[in-house]
Ligand binder design. Structure first.
Ligand SMILES: Cc1cc2nc3c(=O)[nH]c(=O)nc-3n(C[C@H](O)[C@H](O)[C@H](O)COP(=O)(O)OP(=O)(O)OC[C@H]3O[C@@H](n4cnc5c(N)ncnc54)[C@H](O)[C@@H]3O)c2cc1C
Length: 374
């Protein structure tokens, strides 16, 4: 089977760049699992926060918004982004941190307010007022319908004759006549360019192709779900609550609280599972910060957020190996940045200009480029 592009990995990175490139080239996505987006993409908190991550990540997030809004219009009644807001909560001993964060966030995110204790409690009456001091409120933060986003990209990909092949094991790789050949347990796939969208496995994939290393560190993050036992009225309208030091966060969905201890435990690239200790830590922090009482955790999962040292994504052609393109290191922001990252990456592959992203969105592409690991 011969293609222009072979993408490795069918998470949001693989499907988004696959969709963008399929508009002009023949593209095949190869996925090692039986189910697409089985790893990080299927395990996220599904949230869009323009005030999250470093400055570059925040610009990439904002630059992705138009895509989310545009495709929401064409998809029946559903919207990809559904506004609910986020509050960055400070307790009495976290006021300096709140002020520092506000100063930093204000540099590029204007639509922010500091709320006093009463205003914060009006938005989130479930909080424990004993510990709360104030919060930063970002009214633009939204739930992301990840399934809808994935299906938008899948539709674009399929309508352009893109092929997604799951349950693939690569046995042998060779490169000759400007073409990669991948011998797999199913077939031989050849392509001019390989895109490494392997999530937590990106460095391992790089090694197989003899590419450079980006020293990616997968970090485990846990999510658990509970229904409070003490009849606290719950609301889907509540903003997400995030501790200003990111020691926990939670949101309410259909009478259920989805919560995280915001753990960041380094892990090898594996099918990671939640640890009881992380859930206990998260439950303790959330019990202290709120009025919730709960004993029964009825659902839990963990996934990997993959970071390089500067916590910015990594895109671009490898330094060592020809026609090997990286799309990795999206950390905890890979869903909310997928539209801008995939278009910028596709433009690099297609030799097209990224002027809009540089000049209008203020994105310094050198800070994303894999060449920074030279
Ligand atoms: C708990 C949690 C909460 C998060 N919350 C958010 C959030 O609210 N908002 C947000 O924007 N982001 C969030 N993230 C981050 C986001 O989920 C990731 O950044 C994003 O999913 C990364 O996508 P990916 O396609 O790079 O990786 P993945 O979805 O992991 O996809 C990589 C794929 O590559 C495949 N693969 C690996 N090796 C090979 C190979 N050799 N051959 C073929 N295929 C291979 C894997 O099987 C996998 O399917 C969260 C992550 C976690 C874990």
């Amino acid at each position: 089977m011969k293609y222009d592009i072979i993408v490795l990995g069918s998470g949001i990175a693989g499907i988004s760049i696959g969709a963008e490139l399929s508009k002009e080239l023949s593209v095949c996505i190869l996925e090692k699992e039986k189910i697409p987006s089985y790893h990080s993409t299927g395990r996220s908190f599904a949230f869009y926060i323009e005030t999250y991550g470093n400055e570059l990540v925040r610009k990439l997030t904002t630059a992705s918004k138009d895509f989310f809004l545009e495709y929401s219009k064409t998809e029946s009644d559903s919207k990809i982004l559904n506004k609910r807001g986020v509050t960055h909560l400070a307790q009495n001993n976290q006021i300096n941190k709140l002020k520092d964060n506000y100063k930093d966030l204000k540099k590029i995110n204007n639509d922010l307010n500091i709320l006093n204790k009463k205003q914060t409690l009006d938005l989130l009456p479930c909080l424990n007022d004993e510990h709360l001091n104030s919060s930063i409120y970002d009214c633009n933060a939204s739930d992301i319908d990840v399934n809808l986003l994935y299906s938008v990209y899948s539709k674009i990909f399929k309508s352009n004759n893109g092929e997604l092949i799951t349950d693939i094991n690569i046995d042998k790789i060779s490169y000759s006549n400007k073409c990669w050949s991948l011998d797999t347990d199913k077939d031989q796939y050849t392509g001019s360019i390989i895109v490494n969208a392997g999530g937590a496995w990106s460095d391992e994939i790089g090694t197989i192709f003899n590419a450079q290393k980006i020293h990616l560190v997968p970090k485990k993050r846990t999510v658990f779900c509970f229904k409070p036992d003490n009849n606290i009225p719950l609301s889907n309208e509540w903003p997400v609550a995030v501790d200003v030091d990111e020691k926990f966060y939670f949101k309410c969905e259909n009478e259920t609280i989805l919560a995280s201890p915001a753990d960041e435990t380094p892990s090898p690239p594996i099918d990671v599972q939640p640890d009881e200790i992380d859930i206990a830590i998260g439950a303790d922090r959330i019990s202290t910060a709120t009025k919730f009482k709960f004993n029964n955790i009825f659902n839990k999962w963990a996934g990997l957020r993959n970071f390089v040292s500067d916590k910015s994504p990594v895109i671009g052609f490898d330094n060592k190996v020809k026609n090997f393109f990286w799309l990795a290191g999206q950390g905890g922001y890979g869903i909310q940045t997928a539209p801008s990252l995939s278009i910028i990456s596709a433009n690099m592959i297609l030799n097209k200009s990224n002027k809009f992203y540089v000049e209008e969105c203020g994105i310094n592409i050198d800070l994303l480029d894999v060449k920074r690991f030279n």
